[in-house]
Ligand binder design. Structure first.
Ligand SMILES: Cc1cc2nc3c(=O)[nH]c(=O)nc-3n(C[C@H](O)[C@H](O)[C@H](O)COP(=O)(O)OP(=O)(O)OC[C@H]3O[C@@H](n4cnc5c(N)ncnc54)[C@H](O)[C@@H]3O)c2cc1C
Length: 293
């Protein structure tokens, strides 16, 4: 079959799974300086799905697209190390403060600039915002079909792709025509590890902003003059032709008014023995308060 053009949406997120005691400020907001940034876990699953398709359909090209602050270029480098062909950063202060509506609008504009494409893969959800809305909203804006919770690609041909979806009570097999968007579930295979040769090849890949930074050594700048593939494209508002009223804070109807740190404490504790009487009474109690049954 003909090679595919796949776009993977990948987000850099604070590592909320390893929260230390000083990760929250007294006012309940996240102390981002204390949390290392990582590749959003579901997005690594999406990258693996793309790489798996590339293994099955030779000549397939994978482009990773990320929107975020300048440091999010790490996501592009990590994608290169694991097998992605191209990477693009959407980065501009004016995109800051975006909710899911503005994020999906911005990503959709970036995807349109990368067109033609066959498949867009996103993670199911990001571990910081946790909404799982950006994938489906992007498909809506691109006016293409979407398949959510994808666990595995069963088959594909020039016209359609057949995927297994992981649902709460089982699985569902669905097909979609190209181009389409899929969100990838965490039950899909883990992403393959970095390839040493690719790390050597791409470790000096930089955006223009990184290249101009004082901390970038001269030999890296010289390498960039000879090796075009090291340059990570960086797109701002004008590059993707975005409308100002649809991006950043202006394009975000969601306003997070307050973030509270909630510590759950057990109200009451009961000690039960392993006797049949105690177990029976516990089951009756759990049925009565609708915990089970
Ligand atoms: C505590 C908190 C609460 C929030 N609550 C809300 C809310 O109620 N409503 C709201 O609209 N926004 C909310 N936001 C903002 C929201 O996190 C951002 O809009 C974010 O840019 C996208 O939403 P998400 O992280 O939930 O992504 P999800 O929708 O969970 O992400 C799904 C997938 O979309 C792709 N994706 C998402 N963002 C990017 C990106 N920047 N670059 C590339 N790919 C991406 C990834 O593949 C990701 O796996 C909240 C943020 C925080 C920190």
């Amino acid at each position: 079959m003909k090679p595919l053009k796949i776009i993977v949406l990948a987000k850099q997120v604070p590592d909320t799974r390893n929260v230390s005691t000083d990760a929250m400020k007294p006012d309940g907001t996240v102390n981002r300086g204390k949390l290392p940034t990582i590749y959003n876990p579901d997005d690594l699953h999406a990258l693996e799905l793309a790489l798996n398709i590339k293994d099955r359909v030779p000549g397939t090209e994978i482009t990773v697209l990320t929107m975020g602050p300048k440091r999010a270029a790490d996501v592009i480098r990590e994608s290169y190390y694991r097998g992605a062909d191209y990477g693009v950063m959407i980065s501009d202060r004016r995109f800051g403060g975006a909710d899911t509506l503005a994020t999906s609008y911005t990503l959709a504009k970036g995807i349109e600039k990368l067109a033609p494409y066959d498949l867009v893969l996103a993670g199911r959800q990001a571990i910081d915002g946790d909404t799982a809305q950006v994938g489906p909203q992007s498909a809506e804006k691109l006016n293409i079909p979407q398949v959510t919770y994808v666990e595995e690609i069963i088959s594909l041909n020039d016209d359609e792709i057949v995927a297994k979806r992981r649902l709460e009570n089982g699985v569902e097999i669905v097909s979609a025509p190209f181009p389409c968007l899929m969100t990838v579930h965490e039950s899909s295979p883990n992403c393959r590890t970095r390839v040493a040769k690719r790390v050597m090849k791409y470790k000096y890949a930089r955006t223009q902003t990184e290249l101009e930074s004082k901390s970038t050594e001269d030999y890296i700048k010289e390498l960039h003059e000879k090796r075009n593939y090291l340059s990570i494209p960086e797109w701002g508002v004008e590059d993707i032709n975005a409308e100002m009223k649809k991006i950043g804070l202006a394009g975000s109807p969601t306003k997070v008014k307050k973030v509270e740190s909630i510590v759950l404490t057990a109200g009451e504790a009961k000690v039960l023995s392993d006797s049949a009487v105690d177990i029976d009474s516990m089951i009756v109690e759990l049925i009565q308060n609708h915990t089970i049954g």
